[in-house]
Ligand binder design. Structure first.
Ligand SMILES: Cc1cc2nc3c(=O)[nH]c(=O)nc-3n(C[C@H](O)[C@H](O)[C@H](O)COP(=O)(O)OP(=O)(O)OC[C@H]3O[C@@H](n4cnc5c(N)ncnc54)[C@H](O)[C@@H]3O)c2cc1C
Length: 134
């Protein structure tokens, strides 16, 4: 039984893992991948402390920071397929069929771009078609 299961390996999940370790929680960090959605970005210029950093390098730094924490179990390349209430806590099931139990669950699975589904959208992605939150 974990104190906390953190689902997601982006900046939010990585921050949660660092805080969980600092508070000595028995935590599981489970993610399809580490680094988050901006790993493909050429240059991130609003990550405070770095004037410019590529998404790949930022992702690597996040991974190193998570892996440096003591007492955190890390499962990468695992997709969570179900979260359910289970007695006093929760059960979290991954695509491999493994089930983990925890008192609390933090879902930090980020977001996906909402597509317009117009002709050429996929073909021109990165060649004129871009997505931006604002
Ligand atoms: C190309 C691009 C460039 C960007 N550039 C900038 C920028 O310059 N500045 C800026 O401030 N923001 C930028 N952003 C936005 C920024 O990347 C996001 O706001 C940020 O990554 C959100 O972090 P997050 O941890 O909430 O989620 P995400 O980064 O989306 O991470 C989600 C994590 O959850 C995992 N996951 C999802 N579903 C499951 C599941 N079922 N089971 C297990 N794991 C799962 C994913 O594998 C991933 O590890 C950019 C985004 C993109 C796409």
């Amino acid at each position: 039984m974990y104190d906390c299961i953190i689902i997601g390996g982006g900046p939010a999940g990585a921050a949660a893992a660092v805080y969980a370790a600092r508070k000595k929680l028995k935590a599981l960090f489970i993610a399809e991948s580490i680094g988050g959605q901006s790993v493909v970005s050429e240059s991130i210029e609003n990550w405070i402390g770095e004037k410019s950093i590529s998404g790949f390098d930022l992702g690597k730094k996040l991974e190193d920071h998570v892996r440096a924490q003591e007492g955190i179990d890390i499962k990468v390349s695992e997709r969570v397929t179900a979260v359910a209430e289970d007695g006093d806590g929760f059960s979290v099931t991954s695509a491999s069929g493994t089930t983990y139990q925890a008192k609390t669950v933090l879902v930090v699975t980020g977001g996906r771009r909402r597509k317009l589904n117009v002709p050429g959208e996929d073909a021109f992605l990165g060649k004129g078609v871009a997505y931006w939150a604002t």
